[in-house]
Design a protein around this ligand. Structure first.
Ligand SMILES: Cc1cc2nc3c(=O)[nH]c(=O)nc-3n(C[C@H](O)[C@H](O)[C@H](O)COP(=O)(O)OP(=O)(O)OC[C@H]3O[C@@H](n4cnc5c(N)ncnc54)[C@H](O)[C@@H]3O)c2cc1C
Length: 284
């Protein structure tokens, strides 16, 4: 038999977990679905210094605190990747494992890293290729890495890596003057492997040997599983976090907005949860 809830939150980043906490505290039947570990992008942050009331905290610890708060409320945590939403009398949320029914949905699926587009990238993910210096940088202590980027955040992550690694190549953009950082103003043409691990990157026929490659080309919203009004793939919402579909709300980095931060994500999540609570209460 399919499980059924009043509200299902998709995505257990800070936005989704906040929404689930608000819903459960209002005694609404709610579950959260997540395709990986809880915390989302929080797991990529070294230090958060701009979240009010918390002097300084590393992202994974903040993620753990919010997850613990949600677990204390006994919110069911369903592991699965949502691939489709089926519209009907109730919504059917189809994951790679099952279908879950609900009356209302909160989408909090955030953003994913942009890939290089090279076929070998997926094969070497976790074997020399990473999207997160904070998560994996320590694996490359005193080793040689490359950072493939086109943005400020990527430069910041390269600086972070330069304190751990013996050498950091930044490929794609210039931006720091540390003596163990070297630049290449090219794109990566190919990636070579040896025994299932990355061995080198090819730039204009130049072969550069590395131990690890950090692909930091920015991100895009995870919204491919649902057909809603969007702008550049970001979900459009009104001030109540209502999407273009009845009973479906969205919050956090997945929505089209001006500022993508933890503080904005949790505020929108509280609003989305409150809208879903009103929707459920008025429906019955
Ligand atoms: C390097 C870096 C540094 C940052 N520094 C700061 C900072 O100092 N201060 C600050 O305020 N903000 C910072 N941010 C921004 C902040 O991390 C984000 O705004 C916030 O974490 C977004 O949370 P979210 O819950 O909306 O999305 P996410 O954290 O992206 O969470 C979305 C979750 O949904 C899951 N998901 C996606 N698709 C599916 C699917 N189909 N099925 C099931 N689950 C799915 C994902 O696995 C993920 O766990 C930083 C971000 C980065 C990347």
């Amino acid at each position: 038999m399919k499980s059924s809830f009043d509200v299902v939150v998709i995505g257990a980043g800070v936005a989704g977990m906040t929404a689930a906490i608000y819903l459960k505290r209002a005694n609404i039947s709610v579950a959260i679905i997540e395709s990986t570990a809880p915390g989302g992008q929080l797991n990529r942050i070294n230090n958060i210094d701009n979240y009010p009331g918390v002097l300084s905290i590393d992202g994974p610890s903040l993620a753990f605190n919010v997850f613990s708060q949600m677990q204390e409320l006994n919110v069911p945590y369903i592991y699965g990747n949502v691939v489709k939403i089926v519209k009907g009398k109730e919504y059917g949320i189809v994951t790679n494992k099952e279908e879950i029914l609900c009356k209302s949905i909160i989408i909090a699926t955030g953003r994913k890293p942009i890939e290089t587009g090279l076929d070998i990238e997926k094969k070497l993910l976790g074997n020399g290729i990473s999207y997160c210096s904070i998560c994996d940088g320590n694996l490359y202590k005193d080793k040689i890495v490359a950072v493939y980027t086109n943005n400020e955040e990527g430069i910041e992550e390269a600086k972070y890596l330069s304190n751990i690694c013996s050498k950091v190549y930044i490929v794609g953009v210039k931006g720091s003057n540390k003596n163990n950082i070297e630049y290449y103003d090219n794109k990566i043409d190919d990636i070579k492997e040896k025994d299932g691990r990355i061995e080198s990157i090819i730039l204009d026929n130049k072969n550069i040997k590395i131990d690890g490659l950090f692909v930091l080309l920015g991100s895009y919203p995870s919204t491919e599983f649902i057909d809603l009004k969007k702008h550049d793939d970001y979900i459009m919402v009104n001030q109540d976090m209502h999407t273009s579909e009845e009973g479906i709300y969205a919050c956090g980095d997945v929505i089209f907005k001006g500022l993508y931060q933890v503080s904005t994500a949790v505020g929108e999540a509280a609003t989305a949860a409150n809208s879903a609570i009103k929707y459920i209460n008025n429906r019955e």
